[in-house]
Design a binder for this molecule. Structure first.
Ligand code: CP3
Length: 343
């Protein structure tokens, strides 16, 4: 049976434009909060294939999206490279041992050994594939090497990125060595996700906008493209979605062998269509806070539809859904996308 989401990623005609939401498995769903409470904490939930499978399927059943996204986190990669990850309540992710030198980097586990430690992710994928309806797709994902490196170097989320930028301008060789080591792990990690059964790959470069346009290719995009080229050579039928958040000034220079370009909410869809719409299928891009109002949601969905006209498009938010959005409004977004694009 064909999957509407996979067909849309490959630019084929579909009966309507499929829709999913970044961070669709999460705290706005009371059913998610119940399973997380049973698990004890967020990382336990990531490590438990049965529970991770359950929360992956929740938005498909409850909200009606056309694709599931694997429940995990981008930071399980540095965790399994040997860094010490914790999620501090109210403060987000923390590494107690950030990378500050070549010696720190050399202590980290790389390549096949690191990718092989992520068995709970592959087990989760196998369970999801047993239970997911045949016409729905499963999206696997990774953080871009740059976005992962920001946490590995800063030790936590940051507003200024001053520690990694100090490295970028005063010791670029060390930053490149970190990015190259992470890239090797990501290639093998995504390959193993594909072997376990995912239908589509998304690479999240959530912190792309922290890099000046002149340096974006050197420190992030070229590594993302390297990952895409590696996967496309082995698995040409698996669509790849790139989501570099907040870099419209780079759109003229976008290149590489991938299928879908994710547009963030601050970039007008008209601009993305003009610069990239002939080369790539576009995904996005409703401002996630419009979900607080059904009227504001419908207005945006109709606008995006009028720009994209049911062609080479996937509906999504322009970044993740927030925890205090009413579930009913998320359902409204999904049904509106399906309504306005129905042929
Ligand atoms: O999209 C999905 O539904 C799948 C699951 C998913 C999570 N994280 C679950 C999660 C995905 C795809 C991610 C990716 C991720 N993780 C990114 C890139 C995507 C983006 O939104 O830009 C980033 C930057 C991270 C790192 C991360 N993980 C942060 C900064 C935080 C804390 C912020 C927050 O929202 O609390 C997390 C925790 C996290 N990852 C939660 C979930 C559901 C919240 C944990 C909880 O309290 O239950």
């Amino acid at each position: 049976m064909s999957k509407i989401f996979v067909d849309a990623c490959l630019g084929k005609e579909t009966p309507y434009t499929p829709v999913w939401m970044m961070r669709q498995a999460g705290r706005y769903l009371p059913e998610y909060m119940a399973v997380r409470a049973e698990a004890g904490n967020f990382l336990n939930l990531c490590h438990d294939p049965k529970k991770a499978c359950e929360v992956t399927l929740q938005p498909v059943d409850i909200v009606g999206v056309d694709a599931a996204i694997l429940f995990s986190d981008i930071l399980v990669i540095p965790d399994e490279m040997g860094m010490d990850l914790s999620f501090v309540k109210g403060e987000g992710p923390k590494f107690s041992d950030p990378i500050a030198s070549q010696a720190d980097l050399e202590r980290l586990i790389g390549g096949e050994e690191a990718a092989s430690r992520l068995t709970y992710v592959y087990d989760t994928i196998k369970l999801i594939k047993e239970q997911l309806a045949e016409d729905k797709a499963l999206i696997g994902f990774t953080g871009a090497p740059w976005t992962l490196a920001t946490y590995m170097i800063e030790g936590q989320g940051t507003k200024t990125y001053n520690v990694c930028k100090k490295m970028m301008y005063s010791n670029p060789e060390l930053l490149h060595n970190i990015l190259a080591k992470v890239t090797e792990v990501v290639k093998l990690y995504m390959e193993k996700q594909i072997e376990a059964g995912i239908d589509v790959v998304q690479i999240f470069d959530s912190w792309a906008a922290a890099i000046e346009t002149e340096k974006y290719d050197e420190f992030s995009w070229k590594y993302m493209v390297e990952i895409a080229e590696y996967l496309k050579e082995k698995y040409p039928h698996i669509p790849i979605i790139m989501f570099p958040k907040g870099i419209p000034a780079f759109y003229d220079r976008v290149y590489g062998n991938f299928d879908v370009f994710g547009v963030d909410w601050a970039t007008p869809m008209e601009l993305a269509k003009e610069k990239l719409g002939d080369k790539y299928v576009l995904q996005g891009n409703m401002e996630p806070c419009r979900l607080y109002s059904k009227e504001a949601t419908t207005e945006s969905v109709e606008h995006i539809q009028s720009v994209m006209q049911t062609k080479r498009h996937i509906f999504n938010l322009g970044h993740g859904i927030l925890p205090d959005v009413p579930v009913e409004n998320a359902k409204h977004f999904v049904s509106e996308c399906q309504r306005v694009s129905k042929k």
